[in-house]
Write a new protein. Structure first.
Length: 398
Protein backbone atom coordinates (compact mmCIF):
# COMPACT_ATOMS: atom_id res chain seq x y z
CA UNK A 1 0.00 0.00 0.00
CA UNK A 2 1.54 3.32 -1.09
CA UNK A 3 2.08 6.31 1.13
CA UNK A 4 -0.77 8.39 -0.36
CA UNK A 5 -3.33 5.70 0.36
CA UNK A 6 -2.13 5.45 3.97
CA UNK A 7 -2.51 9.23 4.38
CA UNK A 8 -6.03 9.12 2.90
CA UNK A 9 -7.03 6.26 5.21
CA UNK A 10 -5.58 8.03 8.23
CA UNK A 11 -7.40 11.28 7.43
CA UNK A 12 -10.66 9.37 6.80
CA UNK A 13 -10.31 7.54 10.12
CA UNK A 14 -9.53 10.78 11.96
CA UNK A 15 -12.57 12.50 10.42
CA UNK A 16 -14.83 9.59 11.45
CA UNK A 17 -13.53 9.73 15.02
CA UNK A 18 -13.97 13.50 15.16
CA UNK A 19 -17.43 13.36 13.62
CA UNK A 20 -18.77 10.50 15.76
CA UNK A 21 -19.64 12.60 18.87
CA UNK A 22 -21.29 15.22 16.67
CA UNK A 23 -23.35 12.70 14.67
CA UNK A 24 -24.43 10.58 17.62
CA UNK A 25 -24.98 13.67 19.73
CA UNK A 26 -27.47 14.84 17.10
CA UNK A 27 -29.15 11.43 16.97
CA UNK A 28 -29.34 11.07 20.74
CA UNK A 29 -30.60 14.62 21.19
CA UNK A 30 -33.29 13.99 18.59
CA UNK A 31 -34.56 10.98 20.52
CA UNK A 32 -34.09 12.83 23.82
CA UNK A 33 -36.16 15.79 22.60
CA UNK A 34 -38.83 13.43 21.28
CA UNK A 35 -39.07 11.88 24.76
CA UNK A 36 -39.50 15.34 26.31
CA UNK A 37 -42.17 16.27 23.76
CA UNK A 38 -44.04 13.01 24.42
CA UNK A 39 -44.11 13.85 28.14
CA UNK A 40 -45.24 17.41 27.36
CA UNK A 41 -48.09 16.05 25.25
CA UNK A 42 -49.32 14.17 28.33
CA UNK A 43 -49.55 17.44 30.30
CA UNK A 44 -46.16 17.50 32.04
CA UNK A 45 -44.38 20.87 31.96
CA UNK A 46 -40.65 20.58 31.12
CA UNK A 47 -38.27 23.54 30.79
CA UNK A 48 -34.53 23.43 30.05
CA UNK A 49 -33.08 25.93 32.55
CA UNK A 50 -29.38 25.23 32.00
CA UNK A 51 -27.32 23.63 29.22
CA UNK A 52 -23.85 22.48 30.28
CA UNK A 53 -23.25 20.32 27.20
CA UNK A 54 -19.81 19.89 25.63
CA UNK A 55 -18.66 18.35 22.38
CA UNK A 56 -18.36 14.89 23.97
CA UNK A 57 -21.26 15.04 26.41
CA UNK A 58 -24.83 16.33 26.57
CA UNK A 59 -25.68 17.77 30.01
CA UNK A 60 -28.94 19.64 30.58
CA UNK A 61 -30.81 20.75 33.70
CA UNK A 62 -34.60 20.59 33.63
CA UNK A 63 -37.43 21.95 35.71
CA UNK A 64 -40.34 19.50 35.62
CA UNK A 65 -43.88 20.11 36.84
CA UNK A 66 -46.50 17.34 37.12
CA UNK A 67 -50.08 18.67 37.49
CA UNK A 68 -52.80 17.23 39.70
CA UNK A 69 -54.78 15.75 36.79
CA UNK A 70 -51.98 13.21 36.22
CA UNK A 71 -51.54 12.24 39.88
CA UNK A 72 -54.90 10.60 40.67
CA UNK A 73 -54.63 11.66 44.33
CA UNK A 74 -58.22 12.83 44.99
CA UNK A 75 -57.28 16.49 44.81
CA UNK A 76 -54.78 16.58 47.70
CA UNK A 77 -51.85 17.68 45.52
CA UNK A 78 -52.03 20.52 42.99
CA UNK A 79 -48.57 20.08 41.54
CA UNK A 80 -45.22 18.31 42.02
CA UNK A 81 -42.06 20.16 40.98
CA UNK A 82 -38.83 18.30 40.24
CA UNK A 83 -35.22 19.32 39.46
CA UNK A 84 -33.62 16.87 37.00
CA UNK A 85 -30.19 16.86 35.36
CA UNK A 86 -29.68 14.61 32.31
CA UNK A 87 -26.31 13.43 31.05
CA UNK A 88 -25.14 11.19 28.23
CA UNK A 89 -22.00 10.71 26.15
CA UNK A 90 -22.26 11.63 22.47
CA UNK A 91 -21.07 8.16 21.48
CA UNK A 92 -22.63 5.16 19.67
CA UNK A 93 -23.15 3.01 22.79
CA UNK A 94 -24.30 5.03 25.76
CA UNK A 95 -26.79 5.25 28.60
CA UNK A 96 -28.77 8.36 29.46
CA UNK A 97 -28.67 9.27 33.15
CA UNK A 98 -31.28 11.35 34.97
CA UNK A 99 -30.28 12.73 38.38
CA UNK A 100 -33.40 14.00 40.12
CA UNK A 101 -34.55 15.57 43.35
CA UNK A 102 -37.84 16.94 44.58
CA UNK A 103 -38.17 20.72 44.59
CA UNK A 104 -41.69 21.23 45.93
CA UNK A 105 -45.08 19.65 46.47
CA UNK A 106 -47.89 22.20 46.05
CA UNK A 107 -50.95 21.14 48.04
CA UNK A 108 -54.59 22.07 47.51
CA UNK A 109 -56.00 24.94 49.55
CA UNK A 110 -57.48 22.53 52.11
CA UNK A 111 -54.02 21.17 53.01
CA UNK A 112 -51.95 24.30 52.31
CA UNK A 113 -50.88 24.66 55.94
CA UNK A 114 -48.96 21.36 55.71
CA UNK A 115 -46.60 22.51 52.95
CA UNK A 116 -44.11 24.18 55.31
CA UNK A 117 -43.83 20.93 57.29
CA UNK A 118 -43.59 18.31 54.56
CA UNK A 119 -41.57 20.10 51.86
CA UNK A 120 -38.31 20.47 53.85
CA UNK A 121 -38.48 16.74 54.58
CA UNK A 122 -39.24 15.75 50.98
CA UNK A 123 -36.59 18.09 49.57
CA UNK A 124 -34.00 16.52 51.86
CA UNK A 125 -34.77 12.88 51.19
CA UNK A 126 -36.39 12.42 47.76
CA UNK A 127 -33.48 11.95 45.37
CA UNK A 128 -33.17 9.44 42.54
CA UNK A 129 -31.16 8.25 39.55
CA UNK A 130 -32.75 6.87 36.38
CA UNK A 131 -30.84 5.11 33.58
CA UNK A 132 -32.08 4.26 30.07
CA UNK A 133 -30.27 2.87 27.02
CA UNK A 134 -33.11 3.50 24.58
CA UNK A 135 -35.70 5.93 26.04
CA UNK A 136 -38.05 2.96 26.41
CA UNK A 137 -36.59 0.80 29.19
CA UNK A 138 -35.66 2.55 32.43
CA UNK A 139 -33.94 1.43 35.64
CA UNK A 140 -34.35 3.69 38.67
CA UNK A 141 -32.98 3.89 42.20
CA UNK A 142 -33.91 6.22 45.08
CA UNK A 143 -31.55 7.24 47.85
CA UNK A 144 -32.14 5.50 51.16
CA UNK A 145 -34.32 7.44 53.60
CA UNK A 146 -33.01 7.18 57.17
CA UNK A 147 -34.40 9.43 59.92
CA UNK A 148 -33.03 9.32 63.45
CA UNK A 149 -35.26 11.08 65.94
CA UNK A 150 -37.31 9.74 68.84
CA UNK A 151 -37.66 6.67 66.65
CA UNK A 152 -35.48 5.45 63.80
CA UNK A 153 -37.39 5.39 60.52
CA UNK A 154 -35.92 3.91 57.37
CA UNK A 155 -36.74 2.98 53.80
CA UNK A 156 -33.78 1.20 52.25
CA UNK A 157 -32.69 -0.09 48.87
CA UNK A 158 -35.47 1.40 46.74
CA UNK A 159 -35.13 0.44 43.09
CA UNK A 160 -37.11 -0.70 40.10
CA UNK A 161 -37.62 -0.82 36.37
CA UNK A 162 -40.05 0.89 34.02
CA UNK A 163 -40.86 -0.10 30.42
CA UNK A 164 -42.74 2.29 28.17
CA UNK A 165 -44.37 0.37 25.32
CA UNK A 166 -47.83 -0.68 24.17
CA UNK A 167 -48.09 -2.24 27.61
CA UNK A 168 -46.59 -0.03 30.32
CA UNK A 169 -44.74 -2.05 32.97
CA UNK A 170 -43.33 -0.95 36.31
CA UNK A 171 -41.61 -3.09 38.95
CA UNK A 172 -40.70 -1.59 42.34
CA UNK A 173 -38.60 -3.33 44.99
CA UNK A 174 -37.86 -2.09 48.53
CA UNK A 175 -35.59 -4.18 50.71
CA UNK A 176 -36.74 -2.82 54.08
CA UNK A 177 -39.19 -0.35 55.62
CA UNK A 178 -38.93 0.02 59.39
CA UNK A 179 -39.72 1.99 62.54
CA UNK A 180 -37.53 1.25 65.57
CA UNK A 181 -37.36 2.66 69.08
CA UNK A 182 -36.59 1.46 72.62
CA UNK A 183 -39.88 -0.45 72.78
CA UNK A 184 -39.19 -2.52 69.68
CA UNK A 185 -39.67 -2.40 65.95
CA UNK A 186 -42.09 -2.73 63.05
CA UNK A 187 -40.65 -3.95 59.75
CA UNK A 188 -41.88 -4.59 56.23
CA UNK A 189 -39.34 -6.61 54.29
CA UNK A 190 -38.90 -7.60 50.66
CA UNK A 191 -41.64 -5.32 49.36
CA UNK A 192 -42.31 -5.99 45.67
CA UNK A 193 -44.88 -4.41 43.41
CA UNK A 194 -45.42 -5.14 39.72
CA UNK A 195 -47.79 -3.11 37.57
CA UNK A 196 -48.64 -3.37 33.90
CA UNK A 197 -51.41 -1.87 31.89
CA UNK A 198 -52.79 0.05 28.96
CA UNK A 199 -56.08 1.77 28.17
CA UNK A 200 -58.01 -1.52 28.19
CA UNK A 201 -56.60 -3.38 31.18
CA UNK A 202 -54.37 -3.07 34.24
CA UNK A 203 -52.74 -5.62 36.52
CA UNK A 204 -50.99 -5.03 39.83
CA UNK A 205 -49.39 -7.49 42.25
CA UNK A 206 -47.77 -6.76 45.63
CA UNK A 207 -45.86 -9.05 48.02
CA UNK A 208 -44.10 -8.40 51.34
CA UNK A 209 -43.28 -9.87 54.76
CA UNK A 210 -44.11 -8.32 58.15
CA UNK A 211 -42.08 -8.60 61.35
CA UNK A 212 -43.23 -6.91 64.59
CA UNK A 213 -41.65 -6.96 68.05
CA UNK A 214 -43.10 -4.29 70.37
CA UNK A 215 -43.27 -4.55 74.16
CA UNK A 216 -42.75 -8.31 73.97
CA UNK A 217 -45.57 -8.69 71.46
CA UNK A 218 -44.27 -10.55 68.42
CA UNK A 219 -45.90 -11.04 65.04
CA UNK A 220 -44.59 -12.51 61.82
CA UNK A 221 -46.55 -12.68 58.58
CA UNK A 222 -44.96 -14.41 55.61
CA UNK A 223 -45.77 -13.43 52.03
CA UNK A 224 -48.62 -11.00 52.38
CA UNK A 225 -49.94 -10.58 48.85
CA UNK A 226 -52.55 -8.66 46.93
CA UNK A 227 -53.49 -8.58 43.26
CA UNK A 228 -55.85 -6.42 41.26
CA UNK A 229 -56.83 -6.90 37.63
CA UNK A 230 -59.12 -4.46 35.86
CA UNK A 231 -60.65 -4.98 32.42
CA UNK A 232 -62.23 -2.03 30.64
CA UNK A 233 -64.69 -2.48 27.81
CA UNK A 234 -68.31 -1.36 27.76
CA UNK A 235 -68.44 -2.57 31.36
CA UNK A 236 -65.77 -2.68 34.06
CA UNK A 237 -64.64 -5.98 35.54
CA UNK A 238 -62.39 -5.97 38.62
CA UNK A 239 -60.68 -9.08 40.04
CA UNK A 240 -58.96 -8.59 43.40
CA UNK A 241 -57.29 -10.90 45.92
CA UNK A 242 -55.63 -10.54 49.32
CA UNK A 243 -53.99 -13.09 51.58
CA UNK A 244 -50.90 -14.48 53.27
CA UNK A 245 -49.03 -17.79 53.54
CA UNK A 246 -48.66 -17.81 57.32
CA UNK A 247 -49.29 -15.64 60.38
CA UNK A 248 -47.66 -16.39 63.71
CA UNK A 249 -47.98 -14.78 67.16
CA UNK A 250 -45.77 -17.02 69.34
CA UNK A 251 -47.68 -18.85 72.11
CA UNK A 252 -50.92 -17.13 71.06
CA UNK A 253 -52.11 -17.64 67.51
CA UNK A 254 -51.16 -19.19 64.20
CA UNK A 255 -52.88 -19.25 60.80
CA UNK A 256 -51.97 -20.86 57.49
CA UNK A 257 -52.93 -20.12 53.90
CA UNK A 258 -55.55 -17.39 54.11
CA UNK A 259 -56.94 -15.63 51.07
CA UNK A 260 -59.99 -13.71 49.92
CA UNK A 261 -60.86 -13.14 46.26
CA UNK A 262 -63.44 -10.70 44.97
CA UNK A 263 -64.89 -9.89 41.57
CA UNK A 264 -67.06 -6.93 40.61
CA UNK A 265 -68.77 -6.69 37.22
CA UNK A 266 -71.74 -5.11 35.51
CA UNK A 267 -70.87 -1.43 36.04
CA UNK A 268 -70.77 0.63 32.86
CA UNK A 269 -67.32 2.08 32.20
CA UNK A 270 -68.75 5.41 31.05
CA UNK A 271 -70.70 5.93 34.29
CA UNK A 272 -67.69 4.99 36.43
CA UNK A 273 -65.49 7.48 34.55
CA UNK A 274 -68.09 10.19 35.05
CA UNK A 275 -68.24 9.37 38.76
CA UNK A 276 -64.43 9.60 39.09
CA UNK A 277 -64.35 13.04 37.45
CA UNK A 278 -67.44 14.50 39.13
CA UNK A 279 -67.22 16.98 42.04
CA UNK A 280 -68.34 15.55 45.38
CA UNK A 281 -71.68 17.35 45.30
CA UNK A 282 -72.50 15.71 41.93
CA UNK A 283 -71.33 12.16 42.65
CA UNK A 284 -74.67 10.93 44.00
CA UNK A 285 -76.37 11.15 40.60
CA UNK A 286 -73.80 8.78 39.09
CA UNK A 287 -74.10 6.38 42.02
CA UNK A 288 -77.84 6.38 41.37
CA UNK A 289 -77.17 5.43 37.74
CA UNK A 290 -74.96 2.53 38.82
CA UNK A 291 -77.73 1.09 41.00
CA UNK A 292 -80.31 1.73 38.30
CA UNK A 293 -78.31 -0.56 35.99
CA UNK A 294 -77.37 -3.09 38.70
CA UNK A 295 -74.11 -4.97 39.22
CA UNK A 296 -72.64 -8.12 40.81
CA UNK A 297 -70.10 -8.88 43.55
CA UNK A 298 -68.60 -12.34 44.05
CA UNK A 299 -66.40 -13.17 47.04
CA UNK A 300 -64.55 -16.40 47.78
CA UNK A 301 -62.40 -16.90 50.86
CA UNK A 302 -60.56 -19.75 52.52
CA UNK A 303 -58.41 -20.48 55.54
CA UNK A 304 -56.57 -23.77 55.67
CA UNK A 305 -55.89 -23.91 59.39
CA UNK A 306 -55.84 -21.74 62.52
CA UNK A 307 -54.80 -22.19 66.14
CA UNK A 308 -55.44 -19.95 69.15
CA UNK A 309 -53.69 -20.62 72.47
CA UNK A 310 -52.64 -24.05 71.16
CA UNK A 311 -56.28 -24.85 70.41
CA UNK A 312 -56.87 -26.14 66.88
CA UNK A 313 -59.75 -24.24 65.20
CA UNK A 314 -59.43 -25.70 61.71
CA UNK A 315 -60.31 -23.66 58.64
CA UNK A 316 -63.18 -22.62 56.39
CA UNK A 317 -64.34 -22.15 52.80
CA UNK A 318 -66.70 -19.30 52.01
CA UNK A 319 -68.58 -18.34 48.85
CA UNK A 320 -70.65 -15.17 48.69
CA UNK A 321 -72.56 -13.79 45.71
CA UNK A 322 -74.35 -10.44 45.85
CA UNK A 323 -76.53 -9.20 43.01
CA UNK A 324 -77.74 -5.60 43.05
CA UNK A 325 -80.81 -5.83 40.83
CA UNK A 326 -81.68 -2.84 38.64
CA UNK A 327 -83.68 -0.38 40.71
CA UNK A 328 -84.57 3.30 40.32
CA UNK A 329 -85.33 4.13 43.93
CA UNK A 330 -82.70 2.30 45.96
CA UNK A 331 -82.01 5.26 48.28
CA UNK A 332 -85.64 5.42 49.39
CA UNK A 333 -85.66 1.65 49.86
CA UNK A 334 -82.50 1.71 51.95
CA UNK A 335 -83.89 4.51 54.10
CA UNK A 336 -87.05 2.44 54.69
CA UNK A 337 -84.90 -0.66 55.38
CA UNK A 338 -86.23 -2.40 52.28
CA UNK A 339 -83.46 -4.20 50.41
CA UNK A 340 -85.56 -6.32 48.07
CA UNK A 341 -83.32 -5.13 45.21
CA UNK A 342 -80.47 -7.25 46.60
CA UNK A 343 -80.10 -11.00 46.06
CA UNK A 344 -77.54 -12.71 48.33
CA UNK A 345 -76.28 -16.28 48.26
CA UNK A 346 -73.91 -17.59 50.94
CA UNK A 347 -72.19 -20.99 51.15
CA UNK A 348 -70.00 -21.63 54.19
CA UNK A 349 -68.23 -24.79 55.28
CA UNK A 350 -66.27 -24.55 58.52
CA UNK A 351 -65.57 -26.21 61.84
CA UNK A 352 -67.75 -26.07 64.98
CA UNK A 353 -64.90 -24.22 66.71
CA UNK A 354 -64.91 -21.38 64.18
CA UNK A 355 -68.73 -21.29 64.14
CA UNK A 356 -68.76 -20.88 67.94
CA UNK A 357 -66.08 -18.20 67.71
CA UNK A 358 -68.17 -16.22 65.19
CA UNK A 359 -71.29 -16.53 67.35
CA UNK A 360 -69.37 -15.28 70.41
CA UNK A 361 -68.06 -12.31 68.44
CA UNK A 362 -71.38 -11.60 66.63
CA UNK A 363 -74.24 -12.90 68.82
CA UNK A 364 -76.86 -12.14 66.14
CA UNK A 365 -75.24 -14.72 63.86
CA UNK A 366 -76.51 -17.49 66.17
CA UNK A 367 -79.87 -17.38 64.37
CA UNK A 368 -78.16 -18.13 61.04
CA UNK A 369 -75.97 -20.91 62.42
CA UNK A 370 -79.11 -22.50 63.89
CA UNK A 371 -80.06 -23.18 60.26
CA UNK A 372 -76.75 -24.92 59.51
CA UNK A 373 -76.25 -28.66 59.01
CA UNK A 374 -73.40 -30.83 60.24
CA UNK A 375 -71.69 -33.08 57.69
CA UNK A 376 -68.56 -35.12 58.42
CA UNK A 377 -67.77 -33.01 61.47
CA UNK A 378 -68.16 -29.74 59.54
CA UNK A 379 -70.72 -26.96 59.87
CA UNK A 380 -72.36 -26.36 56.48
CA UNK A 381 -74.48 -23.27 55.92
CA UNK A 382 -76.29 -22.58 52.63
CA UNK A 383 -78.36 -19.40 52.68
CA UNK A 384 -80.10 -17.35 50.04
CA UNK A 385 -81.86 -14.02 50.39
CA UNK A 386 -84.00 -12.94 47.44
CA UNK A 387 -87.03 -10.69 46.97
CA UNK A 388 -86.90 -9.85 50.67
CA UNK A 389 -87.14 -13.46 51.86
CA UNK A 390 -84.59 -15.82 53.43
CA UNK A 391 -84.04 -19.42 52.30
CA UNK A 392 -81.91 -22.18 53.83
CA UNK A 393 -81.02 -25.11 51.56
CA UNK A 394 -83.79 -23.91 49.24
CA UNK A 395 -86.46 -23.87 51.97
CA UNK A 396 -88.21 -20.61 52.85
CA UNK A 397 -87.55 -19.47 56.45
CA UNK A 398 -90.69 -17.89 57.87
Amino acid sequence: MNKNKLIVMFITFAVLIAATPFIFGKLMNSRYNQMLNDLRSKGISINVVKDKSTYLQTDKVLEVSIPSKLLNDNGVIKEIKLHIETKFKNLPVTNVLFFGKLDQVVLSDQYKNLESKINPFLQKYIKFVVTTPNFRDYAYKFDDIVIKDKADIGIKNIKGTFKNGKLIKNSLNIKEIYIKDKKGYFEIKNFKNHFEGNEKSTYSKTNFDVDVNINRFKLQVQNVYSTTKTLLSKEVTVHSSLGFDSLDVPNMANAQNFDVKAQINGIETKILEQLAKAPKDEQEQYLDKIFEKGFNINVNSRLKDAKVMQRDLGGYNLGLNIKFLPTKNFRAKVNSKNIDFVDIKLDLTTTPQIANLIMNMVPRSAFLFALAKKKNGKVVLNLEYKKGQLYSDGQLIK
